[in-house]
Design a protein around this ligand. Structure first.
Ligand SMILES: *Cc1c(COP(=O)(O)O)cnc(C)c1O
Length: 420
């Protein structure tokens, strides 16, 4: 272990602005110089098992040769070309394959480069879908407390009010309807009342199916999800499922919507789409939504087009990632991880200060009454594990390829650190 941090770290530190960090007190981050499988290699020689899969993206482990080779091959032929008026094989192939992976007639794929933008595009599609039909008043969106849909202004406004900092940004954010999930009879009635009262104003209902991730890792049932879908349908609103976190086997099925047995009007994908290698997101619409934009009238077209839309390197990575989902047993691995997390994290339930232990697919959560995240992070690093607590939760979302032995190291570390 060399004690001296690399020069690039100390020289860049006065110039970098980190995500979600109070920079006055932020600790210098860990210098990573390589990553393989489920392990991060640090500049000082240590290795950490990544229990977070780099914000839930690394589905197949780091540095997977199949993805690496696909990207390298693409780099030699065509790293990028604009999608306005030009086409390339990777984007077109990926669009077709995503339509096949997704249930129902989710057949039209609009690419972008981040999840937040994929959600923005979904909102734009939903609002314009109504406008194109001649309904001009439907410009609002209904979302749910505890949700997270991104950090841009339109998406902040549909996040949980605290998470989206609605009060801090009051005046800058559009006011939307952010309500309780219909988890019981009373809340279902309340949702129906709001949708009834504002049926002429609300264009779309958006939810993260089954797991609300970044705002607190909260779970809801397939029944609750179906209630939301039914309510949206009854009021002729566009149903958007934000599967940016839940997609690609994270909740135990290829998509969380599979467990609800439903097909939304629009789905947003991101995070694990490229297996954690390159930024790429997608907004996928059904035939009905897409057809709402077909017209002799040019103003009815969807006017959106990120510069790097459908980047060929990213699409090559995503195609290679889909190969792995087809060829390797990711769903079975998610089931195995679920079982290992249940066994490994259950003992935490008895620890004083633990409010809840919950597991769904390859997601394991210990919720505490309160926690000191910097202190916990330090203890995890001492145990050779990368876990990044937030709010009052300690969670793991391992790469789907993590072995039972590695899972045991992660869950034991979680229980031990929480106990201490
Ligand atoms: C991460 C996330 C987003 C935002 O994606 P970015 O790529 O960070 O912009 C949106 N919705 C959900 C459910 C997410 O988990």
């Amino acid at each position: 272990m060399s004690a001296k941090p690399p020069a690039w770290l100390t020289q860049g530190w006065p110039h970098i602005w980190l995500p979600y960090a109070q920079m006055q007190t932020a600790q210098t981050p860990l210098a990573v110089v390589g990553a393989n499988g489920v392990r991060l290699k640090l500049a000082d020689g240590r290795e950490l098992i990544d229990g977070v899969a780099s914000w839930w993206t690394v589905a197949h482990g780091y540095n997977h040769p199949h993805i690496r080779e696909a990207v390298a091959r693409q780099l030699e032929t065509l790293p990028h070309v604009m999608l306005g008026g030009l086409a390339h094989e990777q984007a077109f192939t990926l669009a077709k394959r995503l339509a096949t992976f997704l249930p129902g007639d989710l057949n039209r794929v609009f690419f972008s480069d981040s999840g937040s933008v994929a959600v923005e595009v979904a909102l734009k599609m939903a609002i314009q879908f109504h406008i194109n039909r001649g309904e001009r008043g439907r410009t609002k969106v209904l979302s749910f407390k505890g949700g997270y849909h991104g950090d841009t202004f339109a998406t902040m406004a549909i996040c949980d009010p605290d998470e989206g900092m609605h009060s801090l940004f009051k005046g800058a954010l559009a006011e939307q309807f952010v309500v309780d999930l219909p988890s019981d009879h009373l809340k279902t009635e309340a949702l129906d009342r709001i949708l009834d009262r504002h049926a002429k104003e609300i264009a779309a209902v958006i939810v993260e199916p089954l797991v609300q991730g970044a705002a607190g890792m909260k779970f809801h049932s397939a029944e609750t999800l179906r209630r939301i879908a039914d309510a949206a349908r009854r009021h002729d609103m566009v149903l958007i499922l934000d599967e940016i976190f839940t997609g690609f086997a994270r909740t135990g099925t290829m998509f969380a919507m599979n467990q609800g047995g439903l097909v939304p009007d629009i789905v947003c994908l991101g995070k694990a789409l490229t297996g954690g290698t390159l930024p790429l997101a997608a907004t996928v619409a059904t035939d009905r939504i897409f057809e709402g934009f077909l017209s002799d009238d040019a103003s009815k077209a969807l006017m959106h087009g990120p510069t790097y839309m459908g980047n060929a390197l990213a699409c090559a990575a995503a195609n290679a990632s889909l190969d792995l989902f087809e060829q390797e047993p990711r769903i079975a691995q998610a089931a195995r991880i679920e079982w290992a997390l249940r066994r490994g994290l259950e003992p935490a339930r008895e620890i004083p200060g633990v409010r809840d232990v919950r597991i769904k697919g390859a997601i394991g959560v210990i919720e505490l009454e309160k926690l000191n995240k910097d202190e916990l992070r330090r203890r995890f690093i001492e145990k050779g594990v990368w876990i990044r607590p937030f709010g009052n939760i300690v969670y793991t979302t391992p790469p789907l390829t993590m072995t039972d032995d590695e899972l045991k190291i992660v869950t034991s570390a979680m229980v031990d650190v929480v106990r201490a």
